[in-house]
Design a protein around this ligand. Structure first.
Ligand code: NAD
Length: 437
């Protein structure tokens, strides 16, 4: 047992700033409003339904996570956000078509009150989109100052105590680190100079981090995972998390792959394909945005299977990921996986997975958990990359010298051990010798 960490209480209102009021954001907001009214249950959310075992197995102590650490209450959440379209949250949720109109209508007045602020947007970074609700500015620094002004106004108008920001905007084109991303100085100079290596998402991230507001990237594009913004987060004591919510096919992949590896079953090939018909699917139909997503989805197996450690089992793995935009499906994605595996003496076998999932239904509870846990991190004085939240992401952000942990079960252990650590409870190693000694 160690001493508990000092955590400031979750007093007052928590503002949740969402960049992009599309399918994920509106499903999250409408869901929270419906749950608040007792119309539905927060299924899939660890902060609302999860428990954590404390002490020995014989102690029978498994309280709810929300009774162990001080989390903001759903009643204390206030939502605000930006989008390039003018639709209020009710109209946007109807367009997204995820939640049934009969449920949406029961939270309609609250949803209609949430109207997007003009966005920082440049089509250079999301080729398939264009919309009217966009800020004008002298340069990217000026746009960042406008975002800061929106944030401060939202805080004052709603008498908020704290805020968190989550990028739920479209996937931007594939980018890699550039000299402009190297330090806070070079980044701020690049903002002034309108440097093309600063996409819209980084302008929001900069604004949030400068204000000390926890920043999460729910999409796969490069945003706060650059040295300049990591350094700024250290300076302003801001937690960072991301990236790309682990839902759908990748969620299943990170459940199945650790199992095959645990039994040392070989994998010769893993072919994954999806059809998706929502706006996210349309954006990902552009090769440059798809490249960002593909990189995020493909890294998972390499890290889980460790082909360098197990060349006979995974050294020749052929891993292919495809996403096809297919409008009739809307948000109801269908994913197919074909896994060519082999066992004892090299005998081949096949595993086929057909997952008919609902993308935003899987994403919404993650947005809720991440919002509440990032607020907890801030109140507990934990700044910088929050690796314990890698449980929620396809491409977990991590320290440069570390490889990311992708195995869902190790990620969950890390998350729960972090909660135990915060409370000064014994960490659980699963050794279990004490029961037999
Ligand atoms: N649904 C999932 O399960 C899931 C999983 C992982 C990641 N994601 C990612 O989350 C993001 C959101 O997904 P979605 O299904 O809600 O997509 P969506 O297209 O329904 O919503 C994205 C919204 O962002 C807005 N937008 C784009 N650029 C913006 C900008 N610069 N400023 C403000 N608004 C902007 C768009 O107008 C749109 O309304 C995507 O990048 C997606 O790849 C989603």
């Amino acid at each position: 047992m160690s001493n508990p960490i000092d955590i400031a209480p979750a007093r007052g209102k928590l503002g949740v700033l969402l960049v992009g009021l599309g399918a994920v954001s509106t499903t999250f907001i409408a869901g929270v409003l419906a749950i608040r009214k007792g119309l539905a249950k927060p299924i899939g959310s660890l902060t609302q339904m999860g428990t954590v075992r404390l002490g020995k197995r014989t102690d029978n102590r498994s309280p709810k996570i929300s009774d162990v650490v001080p989390l903001a209450r759903l009643d204390d959440l206030v939502f605000g956000g930006w989008d390039i379209f003018n639709d209020d949250c009710y109209a946007a949720a109807r367009t997204a078509g995820v939640i049934e109109p009969s449920l949406l209508d029961q939270v309609r007045p609250e949803l209609e009150k949430i109207r997007p602020w003009p966005a920082v947007f440049d089509q250079r970074y999301v080729k398939r989109l264009d919309g009217p609700n966009v800020k004008k500015g002298k340069n990217k620094k000026d746009l960042a100052e406008q975002v800061v002004a929106d944030i401060r106004k939202f805080k004052a108008d709603n008498n908020l105590d704290r805020m968190v920001m989550i990028w739920c905007g479209s996937t931007e084109v594939y980018m890699t680190e550039s000299p402009a991303h190297a330090s806070i100085d070079s980044f701020e100079r690049a903002l002034e100079a309108n440097d093309p290596s600063i996409p819209s998402s980084m302008v929001y991230a900069y604004a949030a981090i400068r204000e000390g507001i926890p920043y999460t990237n729910a999409a796969p594009n490069l945003t706060a995972d650059i040295p300049a913004l990591v350094a700024l987060a250290a300076k302003t004591k801001t937690p960072l998390a991301g990236k790309d919510l682990k839902t759908g096919q990748t969620l299943i992949k990170t459940i199945i792959a650790p199992g095959l590896k645990a039994r040392l079953l070989g994998v010769a090939g893993w072919y994954s394909t999806n059809i998706l018909g929502n706006r996210d699917g349309e954006v990902l139909d552009d090769p440059e945005s798809f490249k960002t997503k593909e990189e995020s989805k493909k890294s998972v197996l390499d890290y889980i299977l460790q082909p360098k450690l197990y060349p006979d089992l995974y050294g020749k793995l052929c891993h292919i990921v495809r996403i096809n935009y297919y409008p009739p499906r809307g948000d109801n994605k269908e994913g197919w996986d074909n896994i060519d595996l082999f066992g004892w003496l090299g005998y081949p076998m096949q595993l086929k997975i057909n997952f008919l999932c609902r993308d935003s239904i899987l994403a919404a509870p993650i947005v809720l958990d991440v919002a509440l846990f990032m607020d907890l991190a801030k109140r507990a004085g934990m700044s910088g990359v929050q690796e314990w939240l890698s449980f929620y992401f396809k491409s977990p952000v991590h320290a440069p010298e570390l490889y990311p942990e992708h195995d869902l079960f190790i990620q969950l252990m890390k998350l729960k051990n972090t909660l135990r650590y915060l409370k000064g409870e014994e960490l659980i190693t699963h050794l279990g010798r004490e029961y037999y000694d």
